[in-house]
Ligand binder design. Structure first.
Ligand code: ZN
Length: 377
């Protein structure tokens, strides 16, 4: 692979599609963060030796999220490790020995948090090689798997070790500065000039953004198929849906705090406030109504539990919908949907999922307002 055109062809991508993905990220429509920042106090993280970290942290993190099956466990336990040599390549990497033998992770270990992130990254490469039966993945897909390995580690730490979680999330954020900074600018330049020489780092920006998206959807779609997909891996990456976000504008509203079970009144006001701000941005008449009429309608939907507020990955309000249910409870009619920042499709999908999960007739049942208004992702 010599030129950017070869890279596009190998991945079955075209330059405009990739530029749209980059534009969507620059417009703030694609998140680079897998989880909200931690508010745990700063603490020094002491990590044990590499082997302990592998067995006790990385293996459980990957196994737990990739269907806990024998293949995954076997593949991880077969990995061989080697130290980086001063006369070889300087960056950590994973070698497929090519004869069906176990992949070899080559890296330095200094016991730092970024070493642990690197270990998860390289082990995810090893896993993707093994689960794909050594059928080579295109590099963007390969790196998406490796970044997913890092995110599964972050997720595991979020449940088991708050100090480590905070440190890993900080590492992810710092590393975004190069992957989604200089690397993204270089890729964008390369795409705009035909014949530009291919560089491996051109793979990182799309892989990084796709990993965050796939991480967010893992509960619905799983990750095992991607890791096992080898040469056909690109069809598992949501490149098109990421590119479709290029026209979106990021929400400028403040993120919503998590619901407070002890103060349901406060939550209700906050959500009413968010809907009002969305209506002001969306316009289409609602914000010109008399305040009393507007409030009465919002109050009725709140009481009937026929309102749904949509939050983005950063918990910023991006839209809301209200609906009415027919007297026999059998059908639902959309009353209003406001998505001022452009992503109507996402709002509709989330709403459909929400109504479906609620059995479409639950407006007559008293489900908790908290469950109903839980953020969608
Ligand atoms: Zn990698």
């Amino acid at each position: 692979m010599n030129r950017i055109e070869d890279w596009l062809e190998l991945h079955r991508l075209d330059a405009t599609l990739v530029q749209d993905v980059l534009a969507a990220y620059r417009a703030g429509a694609l998140s680079s963060q897998p989880l909200p920042a931690s508010d745990a106090p700063d603490a020094t993280v002491r990590l044990p030796a590499r082997h302990e970290c592998f067995v006790n942290i990385v293996v459980p993190a990957l196994v737990g999220s990739l269907d806990d099956d024998v293949d995954v466990r076997d593949a991880l336990h077969d990995i061989e490790f080697a130290e980086l040599h001063s006369d070889g390549p300087r960056n950590p990497h994973t070698v497929d020995p090519g004869n069906g033998g176990p992949p070899i992770v080559v890296m330095a270990w200094r016991g730092r948090v970024d070493d642990l992130a690197c270990l998860a990254h390289e082990c995810a490469h090893a896993l993707q090689i093994r689960l794909s039966g050594h059928d080579t993945m295109p590099p963007v897909a390969r790196e998406a798997c490796a970044f997913l390995g890092e995110l599964l580690l972050v997720d595991h730490a979020s449940r088991h070790n708050p100090a480590l979680f905070k440190a890993l999330l900080q590492t992810w954020t710092i590393e975004n500065e190069s992957y989604l900074g200089a690397d993204l600018d270089a890729l964008s330049d390369a795409l705009s000039k035909s014949g530009t020489a291919y560089q491996y780092r051109q793979n990182y920006p799309v892989a990084r953004l796709a990993a965050v998206q796939l991480f967010g959807r893992r509960a619905q779609h799983g990750l095992h198929d991607l890791f096992a997909s080898g040469g056909g891996a690109m069809k598992h990456l949501p490149v098109e849906s990421m590119a479709n976000r290029a026209g979106d504008v990021a929400s400028h509203l403040a993120p919503m705090p998590e619901s407070d079970a002890d103060r349901p009144g406060m939550d209700a006001y906050r959500r009413l406030g968010a809907r009002t701000l969305l209506d002001i941005d969306y316009w289409k008449g609602a914000s010109e109504e008399r305040i009393g009429d507007y409030y009465a309608r919002q109050l009725r939907h709140g009481r009937e539990r026929t309102v749904f507020l949509a939050l983005d990955d950063d918990r910023k309000p991006v839209g809301y919908a209200t609906w009415s249910v027919s007297p026999d409870g059998g059908s639902v009619t959309l009353a209003r949907q406001a998505a001022p920042f452009g992503d109507h499709l996402a709002l509709q999908r989330a709403l459909e999922q929400h109504l479906h999960a609620a059995g479409a007739v639950d407006a007559h049942h008293s489900r908790s307002a908290r469950a109903r208004q839980a953020a969608w992702r």
